[in-house]
Design a protein around this ligand. Structure first.
Ligand code: C5P
Length: 218
């Protein structure tokens, strides 16, 4: 049973990977499946929120009652996010946004005429930091995938990005996290408290995270 704990609130969630084009046929991306973000979107809608998921390229169907905006690159994900953020109460950044993109995408397919090929990358805008830095920012939640010192890095990231909450998972454990159907996380809140959630399905975890967020926004 899921209570309507977010009734009428507007929730925006980024999910999945981004693709950064090298040329018309090639790109840089990562293994994010989007499952965690889509599970959170489903749980937010179940809890009564007006929910939009901004999805990178994923192979997932849209949960019931969730609005969906499909994007490809980090720049597109950022633009879609900013277009919704004035009317947003809670922003949850689950997307594995590419940190860098090629400075320019070749107009034609790159030919293999040389033995080495240099590609210069430039940093992408940090979407969740941009949202959190706004004057009238929504309740902002980020994720931290770490392989060591999870708590220290997660708390540091929460502070640096000015987040209200960060959800940390240890990606050194291959049973959970990226691409898996399960996850185990620790939730750290700005006020200093933390809560560990043992390995469970991403569907169940989405509900637990939404319940936790609901206690913080009311
Ligand atoms: O700095 P790092 O990539 O580890 O931070 C992860 C968190 O920041 C996630 O919540 C991710 O969605 C968000 N992020 C973002 N825009 C970026 C990079 C990361 O919103 N360009």
């Amino acid at each position: 049973f899921q209570s309507r704990s977010l009734d009428g609130l507007r929730v925006v969630i980024t999910a999945g990977p981004t693709r950064e084009a090298l040329d018309p046929v090639r790109y840089i991306s990562n293994h994010s499946s989007g499952k965690m973000g889509f599970s959170i979107a489903a749980a937010a809608a179940e809890a009564g929120a007006i929910t939009t998921v901004i999805a990178g390229p994923v192979h997932l169907s849209t949960p019931d009652s969730v609005h969906r905006i499909d994007v490809t690159s980090a720049s597109e994900m950022c633009a879609a996010t900013l277009s919704l953020i004035d009317d947003c109460d809670i922003f949850i950044a689950t997307a594995a946004v590419a940190d860098y993109r090629p400075v320019s995408s070749a107009e034609q397919k790159i030919k293999k005429t040389t033995d080495t090929l240099n590609i210069t990358l430039i940093k992408n805008v940090d979407i969740v930091s941009t949202v959190a830095a706004r004057d009238d920012s929504p309740f902002t939640v980020g994720f931290a995938a770490e392989t060591q010192d999870v708590e220290r890095y997660a708390r540091d990231k929460m502070q640096r990005k000015k987040l209200d909450m960060i959800i940390a998972n240890d990606v050194a454990n291959s049973d959970i996290g990226f691409n898996s159907n399960d996850n185990a996380v620790t939730i750290f809140s700005k006020c200093g408290d933390s809560e560990a959630i043992a390995q469970t399905s991403k569907q169940q975890l989405g509900r637990l995270l939404i319940a936790k967020i609901a206690t913080k926004v009311h």
